[in-house]
Design a protein around this ligand. Structure first.
Ligand code: FPP
Length: 232
């Protein structure tokens, strides 16, 4: 079976999953968190090398404060609960996105987890928090401009390769596969640059239903696709 090395996931439908069951939205996020662990384990078992999860977008600040609080405290709990497991399985955790608007206490916890897992090599989890694809591209442009102004690089050094390196995912190869659950078929300002050649997969199930066997299905579907990268 052809295995994607890097999978990007938009975990959509937690709220609708809960609503369908007459539960409050946060129950959907709670259940969604369980799937995060399950999907990571399955991905690692199948030989995937990296996963990038869209956990909180630059637009998600428009949600009720109580929901935002719940999402970030869930993330802290996730780290507390699974840091040991990440170490045992040689998994590196890192965050991509803006760090200046998230509660300092949460950032501190994330940075501790980044520091303590940074030498791990078998698998990489990128958690996108306060992340937006356009923000990422603008930040990249600013970095290149600053390097030009200070003479570190010249205008001629700006090309696709150097631009890629100035983005949040820098040296990590682009995702081969993007999964968005809940039947929605949009990229919603996720990794705009990096998804240029990704295969797109849109299962109907809500994120709290996306278990290990759903991931297998996604990978099977990926295996059937012919990737030509613009060639023939
Ligand atoms: C989308 O469902 C889900 C989110 C905005 C949050 C996803 C976050 C998690 C599952 C937790 C992340 C945790 C880690 C450790 C990465 P929605 O609320 O937009 O659902 P709806 O579209 O049905 O309302």
């Amino acid at each position: 079976m052809k295995i994607p090395k890097h999978i990007a996931i938009i975990m959509d439908g937690n709220g609708r999953w809960a609503k369908d069951r007459g539960l409050p939205r946060f129950e959907g996020h709670r259940e969604g968190m369980e799937r995060v662990r399950e999907v990571i384990r399955q991905a690692q078992r199948l030989g995937v090398k990296a996963i990038t999860l869209f956990a909180f977008s630059t637009e998600n600040w428009d949600r009720p404060r109580s929901e935002i609080k719940f999402l970030f405290s869930s993330l802290e709990k996730f780290i507390d609960k699974y840091l040991k497991e990440l170490q045992e399985n040689d998994i590196k955790l890192q965050m991509i996105g803006r760090r200046d608007r998230i509660d300092k206490k949460v950032i501190k916890r994330i940075e501790e987890a980044e520091r303590s897992t940074k030498e791990n090599k078998s698998f990489l989890i990128n958690v996108a928090l306060d992340y937006g694809g356009r923000w990422d591209i603008v930040e990249g442009a600013k970095k290149l401009l600053a390097n030009c102004r200070s003479g570190v690089i010249s205008e001629d050094d700006i090309d696709e390769a150097s631009f890629s390196k100035s983005l949040a995912l820098a040296d990590i190869p682009d995702p081969d596969l993007l999964i968005r659950t809940s039947g929605e078929q949009r990229i919603s300002n996720f990794l705009l640059w990096n998804l240029a050649y990704a295969e797109l997969y849109f299962p109907e199930v809500f994120w709290p239903e996306f278990n290990g066997s759903e991931l297998k299905k996604a990978i099977n579907a990926y295996g059937q696709r012919q990737r030509r990268f613009g060639g023939v």
